[in-house]
Design a protein around this ligand. Sequence first.
Ligand code: FAD
Length: 396
Amino acid sequence: MDASDHGMVDYAAFGKEVRDFALTHCPAELRQAVASLKKVGRHEMLTWQKILYAKGWGAPNWPVEHGGTGWDMRQRHIFDETLAECDCPTQPYQALRHIAPVLIEFGTEEQKRRYLPPILRGEAHWCQGYSEPGAGSDLASLKTQAERVGDEYVVNGQKTWTTGAHEADMMYALVRTAKGARKQDGITMLLIPMDTPGLLVRPIRTIDGLHNVNEVFFDDVRVPAANRVGEEGRAWAYGKFLLSHERLGGANVAPLLRLLARTRRMVVEEFRDAPETSQRAELERRILHAEAEIMAVRALGRRAIEDIVARRPLGTVSSVIKLASSNLMQTLDEIGLDATGRRLAARFRIAGDDRANAGEAGVEWLHNFLHGRARTIYGGSSEVQKNVLARTLFGD
Ligand SMILES: Cc1cc2nc3c(=O)[nH]c(=O)nc-3n(C[C@H](O)[C@H](O)[C@H](O)COP(=O)(O)OP(=O)(O)OC[C@H]3O[C@@H](n4cnc5c(N)ncnc54)[C@H](O)[C@@H]3O)c2cc1C
């Protein structure tokens, strides 16, 4: 039972408490970094996590006995939206929201004792080793091999697009331990310390000039069998459980609303000397259209929260929200680029160095546009979401 079951939560007061805390306790340089679309990695996430932990707000989505807050879904949603509105960094989501719920549900007592407290305290950074060359949307085709030798697994193969692998202490990885009748069978989840001999991280520089993602190579990497989560060969089910915990991430429209406001401000500034031009009118028409769609996503997200609270099935709403919110981010990036682009394009340098364009006024719009290309790929690509919707609407 949580607080909402007593019907006693004052959500407005709760939202105000979260906002006041965020504005007074989240360090200005972190909020500045988020507001100016800088890279947010290990340092930013763990610094903020330590502060939230000290307040007792470290793990809103965990059960109380492991350090959770006991908040209901609505409070958790208000918490996430309010922190995003205040430009706070995201919490270390791969640790806190991805692997931790899996460990709580399927891990051994020793794994919970060892891994959960450092995650809660903001002392451990994790990465997700799922995708491989040839196994992205079709994840079940993954080939990284783990062979059981005594009380260890010996891992060989490659992961790719691994966000934050270069800054992580641990990886939770899906590996193949057997060939089953279905390709979803024979997949096992291992917890792999990133400093294990034979593990090599190689950076991938993306089109935005940043280093966030990596290739990770395994050459006879020895992992204790005690680091296996759940049963051997059964990890497909754990992976699906993990995704269900993230199903409503896109329902948080605060980042979209923030970007909308920035886009609006920027158009006013760029066209200060030519406020009546048809180009400006067209940009404003596109902004209004995007705003209407964001309101629709917000309404869908709120209804989904009510459905969860009332324990009604969610259906495909998370696919609709993911599809719409990632498209909307890109739409706003495009509007920003169309407004600043002509002035900036000739000056922008992709130099594999975050600082190459520092100081160039408005350069974040070019950067954001390039950075945002990946939004419709990761977390389930738009085409894959459309397949989910089409199957529901029209059948297989
Ligand atoms: C910035 C970024 C960060 C990432 N971080 C991580 C991470 O931390 N850990 C991790 O494990 N992975 C990560 N990924 C990988 C991500 O999950 C995959 O890129 C994604 O699943 C798509 O897989 P793919 O790149 O192999 O493309 P593919 O699956 O090969 O898809 C290529 C194209 O074909 C389309 N397509 C594929 N299947 C179908 C279909 N059945 N019907 C119609 N169209 C289809 C896709 O939509 C896409 O347009 C990250 C990716 C990016 C870009």
